[in-house]
Write a protein that binds this ligand. Structure first.
Ligand code: GLP
Length: 248
């Protein structure tokens, strides 16, 4: 694993955006696996800035997002489709028809998972997958204890995840209890994985995920088995991991 330690959130975003743009420059027709959450927001902002300057194009690329809440429409302000549109797609020259997010309103969950796996396969797999990490080590919405060998599936969100997401909704009752997520099997089959973390509140889980045992209780720990992972994090998020690495 390659680790980039940065001073703060802004420099973390800049480094991660540089890696994503290198991917797009070297392979304009890349399939990008994209993520939501607060961590990637600054990365997308940086990419938009470079696009506006004329340094970066997305017109050959396609994307596939990690997850989506079940029950939210594409235009719901808390849906991940809406997040991606407003934080990235609406501001760059990417063909929206080639951007994919699970359909939160699908009536048949099993069919939707099958459809989404088909979309990823038809694209020829993911070149670079961007990932954040939840406080309990979840990746996408692969919660602790979720089987490692799954592709896209519907999950019941952990109570801690619902709590963490309550800040985005008016009241706790509005937070969806289920979500579609790419499974760890799909994520692990990406050619390259870019994990981004920021803030002291992630320090403990980052150290456990990357220096502790590989266990389904910490889905992020599975990334230790991937041959091409880049971890970009600020000091606050990486200091415990760096201390452990020094001891070893
Ligand atoms: C959500 C998303 C994850 C994301 C996580 C962390 O649960 N489904 O993909 O990694 O939040 O979010 P944040 O970056 O806001 O800490």
């Amino acid at each position: 694993m390659q680790i980039f330690l940065t001073e703060d959130y802004t420099s973390m975003c800049r480094k991660a955006a540089n890696i994503l743009s290198a991917q797009l420059i070297m392979k304009p027709e890349s399939v990008l696996g994209l993520a939501t959450g607060s961590t990637p927001v600054g990365i997308y902002r940086q990419l938009i800035e470079w696009h506006n300057k004329g340094d970066l194009n997305f017109n050959g690329a396609s994307s596939v997002n990690l997850d989506e809440y079940q029950g939210l429409s594409a235009d719901h302000p808390q849906s991940y489709r809406y997040f991606m549109d407003t934080n990235l797609f609406d501001h760059v020259d990417m063909d929206k028809a080639r951007t994919h997010v699970p359909n939160g309103l699908a009536t048949n969950a099993k069919e939707e998972c099958k459809r989404y796996n088909g979309v990823i396969r038809a694209m020829g797999g993911i070149d670079l997958q961007l990932l954040g990490m939840g406080h309990n080590g979840h990746i996408g919405f692969n919660e602790p204890g979720d089987a490692f060998e799954l592709e896209t599936h519907l999950v019941e969100l952990a109570e801690t995840t619902i709590q963490a997401n309550t800040r985005f909704f008016e009241k706790k009752e509005d937070v969806p209890t289920h979500a579609y997520t790419m499974g760890m099997k799909t994520i692990m089959s990406a050619q390259k994985i870019l994990v981004v973390v920021s803030g002291e509140d992630k320090a403990e889980i980052v150290a456990k995920a990357f220096a502790g045992p590989v266990t389904p209780e910490i889905p992020g720990s599975l990334l230790q088995l991937h041959p091409n992972v880049i971890l970009v994090g600020d000091k606050a998020a990486l200091h415990l991991l760096m201390e452990q690495e020094e001891v070893q």
